[in-house]
Design a protein around this ligand. Structure first.
Ligand code: UFG
Length: 341
């Protein structure tokens, strides 16, 4: 068998990063992971090793550290890079915009410098459907224009995509994956998200409420122009998000010469409301959930879900898990965190 390429994964101990490292190792890639561990823990790295039974190099490096990045690229011959390392809290970004621009844009710039200097050509970038804002039509496809970002976090993702488009002229080829709403955890129960403090996102809030960590879930608004009045999103199992990165690496590897910046929606194409998700959680886990309807959350988009045609056709990607399985896996992970059976 042809030796598989060597992939650098930044932020590989994070939520989507860790699940992607599992998929890469299972697909036979040589993987090097860097992570600052500022927002994750070494036990996730151990979890990846337990799931795959495979070894990989791990370095505690912050992508902003230009000299550490240079040494890393000096010591390794990478064929491609997947860049996850970034902050991702919408609320926090509103409170600390500079921190978000510095970290999210700054780390990409440092990485690109190293890639350029050491002639590493292929990059998969973690983008977000937040670049679309509230699109004029749904399901949204990749040709929809960027609307004014709802938060500095969203603006940082837009900026990064602009920078990456410009990099095509210096020979860096990019697949930018625009994630919709990743949820769930690895079916093994060995890795998952480690939310810091009170979760902003729906599913960690749901599972923490079910586990008794939070008293009650508030559904933010039931007066939207949607079938049941609550917001609509495209929830996608994190392992399906992860597997798309392997397809994207393969896609770039197989390309002939030429400039490339391609964005891909990474969602299921199914719109699910917040209230539908709550019902599905109760049905899939058999656990009751204490929830109430509250006011709208400022800045929320009413409804957004993907047209995933491009990623399905161009990358040959297909999601494997449905919503019930995603929620079961999220619950299994939550129980694991608290030592519940
Ligand atoms: N929600 C609740 N109660 C909660 C938490 C969330 O009702 O306690 C609702 C929100 O109002 C929203 C839906 O659940 O309608 C999903 O909210 P999330 O915070 O889980 O996800 P968002 O769609 O708001 O945000 C996600 C990513 C962001 C990204 C954004 C782009 O977390 O990184 O999609 O739309 F910017």
């Amino acid at each position: 068998m042809k030796k598989k390429n060597h992939v650098l994964v930044t932020g590989g101990a994070g939520y989507i990063g860790a699940h992607t490292v599992v998929e890469l190792l299972n697909a036979g890639y040589e993987v090097t992971v860097i992570d600052s561990l500022e927002r994750s823990e070494l036990r996730i790295v151990e979890g990846i090793k337990s799931i795959t039974g495979k070894e990989f190099s791990f370095h505690k490096i912050d992508c902003l550290d230009a000299s550490a990045m240079k040494s890393l690229f000096e010591a390794n011959q990478f064929d491609s890079v997947i860049h996850f390392a970034a902050y991702k809290s919408v609320n926090e970004s509103v409170e600390k915009p500079l921190m978000y621009y510095q970290n999210n844009v700054g780390s990409l710039m440092t990485l690109l410098e190293a890639m350029k200097q050491y002639r590493v050509r292929d990059l998969i970038f973690s983008s977000s459907c937040t670049v679309y804002g509230q699109p004029d039509y749904i399901p949204v496809d990749e040709s929809a224009p960027f609307k004014k970002a709802e938060s500095p976090y969203g603006a940082s993702k837009q900026l990064c995509e602009h920078i990456l488009e410009d990099m095509a002229t210096v020979g860096i080829r990019v697949a930018s994956l625009r994630y919709f709403n990743p949820i769930g955890a690895h079916p093994s129960g060995l890795i998952g998200e480690l939310p810091i403090g009170v979760p902003n996102n729906l599913v960690p809030y749901v599972t923490q409420t079910a586990a008794g960590v939070r008293a009650q879930l508030t559904v933010f608004g039931n007066d939207y122009d949607t079938p049941d009045g609550s917001c609509v999103r495209d929830f996608i199992h994190v392992c399906d998000v992860a597997s798309a990165h392997v397809n994207a690496i393969q896609y770039l590897e197989d390309l002939k010469a030429g400039k490339v910046f391609e964005a891909f929606n990474l969602g299921t194409g199914k719109g699910v409301s917040v209230l539908e998700l709550v019902q599905k959680f109760i049905e899939a886990t058999g656990v009751n959930l204490n929830y109430k309807i509250g006011p709208r959350r400022p800045g929320d988009v009413e409804k957004v879900y993907a047209n995933p045609e491009k990623i399905v056709k161009s990358l040959g990607w297909n999601p494997q898990y449905d919503l019930g399985q995603s929620l079961k896996h999220a619950w299994q992970w939550e129980k694991k965190i608290h030592g519940l059976s």
